[in-house]
Design a protein around this ligand. Structure first.
Ligand code: PDD
Length: 287
């Protein structure tokens, strides 16, 4: 089945979808994105992703390409026509194209933003073998720009981080700035010591994860203790367990950091419990 994608008002087969070579998303990474997961053919936390998209656009003085209701309708149409039961919807808004290359932003009255959405079919996402095995993590320097709270498409360094992990025989990397873990290449980072879950507080240094917000709320409801504070890689290596959160992998247990095995080297009980609770609650609230 050919995938149907959405580009600037049109639903098209992926092979017919086109964006200008002058589009600022392509030339300047002048674009923001969202990834929303799909379970049972329904969207997980669409509201949270739509609100964060609006914030990212505002922070970059970019106009919204359409209303929240229109965005929801496009998400739903793509999930339906592509028959997605479990998977992801990727959305990207760029500052558009004024037909040339210029560092200065084009006039938003004459240059409209570009809007692109496509689905990724991932049968078995909720029960992935990776989540049952847990992830091995390496630590790397965080050399990204200073506004990581804005979800821009500047993903070269996170991609390099994933490649460094792969080269080291690991699954992913946590980034470290001034001695403290910021976040994973595409997820938020946590460790567990005793009954306490530790994660970095929100600031411009990390993405304000939609999954993070939901998981912390659910952890609190389950009477778990949460400490939002800076932490070092050494603290995490000395932990009972660790995990990451993201829309694409939900709650992912971490079983080793820089070759130090956590616990018995299998997913820890708190990460497993939080994954269960998150999947359960998210399925119930999905739209
Ligand atoms: N990544 N931190 C970074 C750097 C991320 O790229 C992401 C998400 C997160 C988690 O945010 P959320 O819970 O809202 O997905 C944290 C997405 C999934 C991606 O790039 O594919």
């Amino acid at each position: 089945m050919t995938r149907t994608v959405y580009v600037n008002g049109e639903y098209l087969p992926e092979t017919e979808a086109k964006i200008s070579i002058f589009d600022r998303g392509f030339l300047m990474a002048d674009a923001v994105y969202e990834v929303t997961s799909v379970l049972d053919g329904k969207l997980i936390d669409f509201e949270g992703h739509a609100v964060r998209l609006e914030r990212s656009l505002n922070e970059l003085d970019m106009r919204s390409p359409c209303s929240k209701d229109e965005l929801l309708a496009i998400h739903r149409e793509l999930v339906a026509v592509n028959e997605i039961d479990e998977g992801l919807v990727y959305l990207q808004v760029t500052r558009g194209s004024d037909g040339d290359r210029d560092f200065a932003f084009p006039d938003p009255d004459t240059t409209a933003p570009s809007l692109v959405l496509f689905t990724q079919n991932k049968p078995g996402l909720a029960n992935s073998p990776a989540s049952q095995k847990g992830a091995k993590i390496i630590s790397i320097d965080d050399i990204r720009w200073g506004r990581r709270d804005i979800k821009t498409v500047q993903l070269l360094y996170p991609s390099m981080g994933k490649m460094m992990a792969k080269a080291a025989g690991a699954d992913d990397a946590w980034m470290v700035q001034d001695g403290y873990v910021t976040e994973g290449t595409s997820n938020n980072a946590y460790f567990v010591k005793g009954n306490t879950i530790v994660t970095r507080p929100l600031s411009n240094d990390i993405l304000h994860g939609i999954t993070r917000k939901a998981v912390l709320r659910m952890a609190e409801e389950a009477q778990m203790t949460i400490e939002e504070r800076l932490f070092t890689v050494d603290e995490a290596k000395d932990a009972d367990e660790a995990f990451t959160t993201s829309a694409s992998a939900f709650v992912m247990p971490v079983i080793a950091i820089d070759d130090v095995t956590l616990g018995d080297g299998t997913p820890g009980p708190i990460a497993k419990r939080l994954r269960e609770i998150y999947l359960d609650e998210s399925r119930k609230a999905a739209i």
